[in-house]
Design a protein around this ligand. Structure first.
Ligand code: UT7
Length: 339
């Protein structure tokens, strides 16, 4: 969709933040656990190491740190934040972890909730937040993407455990006059009929309740993934959705400053770049250091590139997320930085 503002409102991306756990697990460390090796992992995925939450860290803690970073860069008073969305599939609390983050940030006035759309969660949450800003009902939104998949990875499955890491990233989005609007367009898609190739399902364990009745015990099975199917899905759907978005917004691939994709596999990033003839220097990647941090990959990468000066105010960025659901999406935006 191209953006049609109601009431002449636009929005800008005015701050970013991120946080990663201190514990580093290198490819070679995983050899102790599964039959694998550094060369295989690097050549098939581009990943060298990942960070995993340990004893004195938490998803809520990392998310708060990332949110704090974005608030600081934006120069906001936390009490003026209207909306806080936490995109995650791995909350500390199944009732939602956003409220604990709100409390630790002091964002007293904010409406807060969790949003789950796996690795597409951050983009889905950004687009959701933007609706409130574009219709003029809210002014400042903090969107955090964070996941702790290490809790749910089968650490004995070499086909999946080598991919994932934990992390958090955040963006601060602020409504501004329409003429300066920084979100040019977006597209979101879901297809539950293909959901079986990547899931994290509740366990099917039933216990006696009273008399002849039973209840289902809570808990989840480890991540189940058909890597090849997910790979094929990504290299087919991501170029398609980006192509649709670029045509709709009359933007040529050569107009883009950056391609900011969900960091799942370097080969997927390269394949999408090749499809649009975008030089690899314009494709943001930090897979080598963090692996796939699910809903966190896009804001974590954005924050790194903003902080090291690669992404500059006014840069045009095409972003796409994809993952379980199946779900996928794309957004075209300009990075603004502090107002
Ligand atoms: O957010 C979305 C999350 N999911 C994804 O992004 C997954 C997308 N898929 C992928 O990234 C890739 O499919 C993987 C990296 C998961 C796997 O790469 P692949 O090139 O598709 O490998 P494969 O599954 O076809 O396996 C090739 C070989 C097999 O051995 P044989 O049958 O050829 O003898 C596997 O058993 O590599 C073997 N293998 C490994 N070897 C060493 C699989 N995992 C490993 C491993 N180390 N960790």
């Amino acid at each position: 969709m191209t953006i049609k503002s109601q009431n002449n409102f636009g929005l800008n991306f005015v701050g970013s933040g991120s946080a990663t756990p201190s514990q580093i697990i290198k490819n070679d460390d995983l050899r102790i656990r599964v039959e694998t090796n550094d060369l295989w992992i690097k050549t098939r995925t581009g990943i060298s190491e990942r960070r995993i939450i340990g004893e004195n860290e938490s998803l809520t803690g990392l998310s708060s740190q990332a949110g704090q970073g974005a608030i600081q860069m934006a120069g906001w008073d936390p009490e003026n934040i209207d909306l806080l969305i936490l995109a995650t599939s791995t909350p500390d609390d199944l009732f939602g972890s956003a409220a604990q983050i709100q409390a630790s940030l002091g964002a007293k006035k904010a409406v807060v909730f969790d949003l789950t759309a796996a690795c597409s969660g951050f983009l889905f949450a950004v687009v959701t937040a933007c609706q409130y800003l574009l219709n003029g009902s809210m002014n400042k939104a903090l969107v955090i993407g964070a996941d702790q998949l290490s809790r749910w990875v089968d650490w004995d499955d070499r086909g999946s455990c080598i991919l994932f890491g934990d992390g958090a990233g955040a963006v601060a989005i602020q409504s501004i006059p329409e003429a300066e609007n920084g979100l040019l367009g977006f597209r979101l898609r879901s297809d539950g009929s293909r959901g079986n190739c990547l899931n994290l399902k509740s366990i099917e364990e039933y216990k006696p309740l009273v008399k002849d009745s039973i209840y289902q015990k809570g808990g989840f099975s480890p991540i189940n993934m058909n890597g090849q199917e997910v790979y094929k899905f990504a290299v087919r759907e991501v170029p398609t959705i980006l192509d649709e978005l670029l045509s709709e917004t009359n933007v040529k691939p050569s107009d883009l400053d950056w391609l900011l994709l969900h960091q799942a596999n370097q080969r997927i990033l390269d394949a999408v770049a090749d499809r649009f003839k975008i030089p690899y220097e314009k494709v943001l990647s930090n897979l080598a250091s963090y692996g796939n941090t699910s809903a966190a990959t896009i804001p974590l990468m954005l924050d790194e590139a903003v902080k090291d000066g690669r992404v500059k105010p006014g840069d045009l960025i095409a972003s796409s997320g994809f993952g379980a659901g199946l779900s996928w999406g794309a957004a075209l935006f300009r990075w603004h930085g502090p107002l």
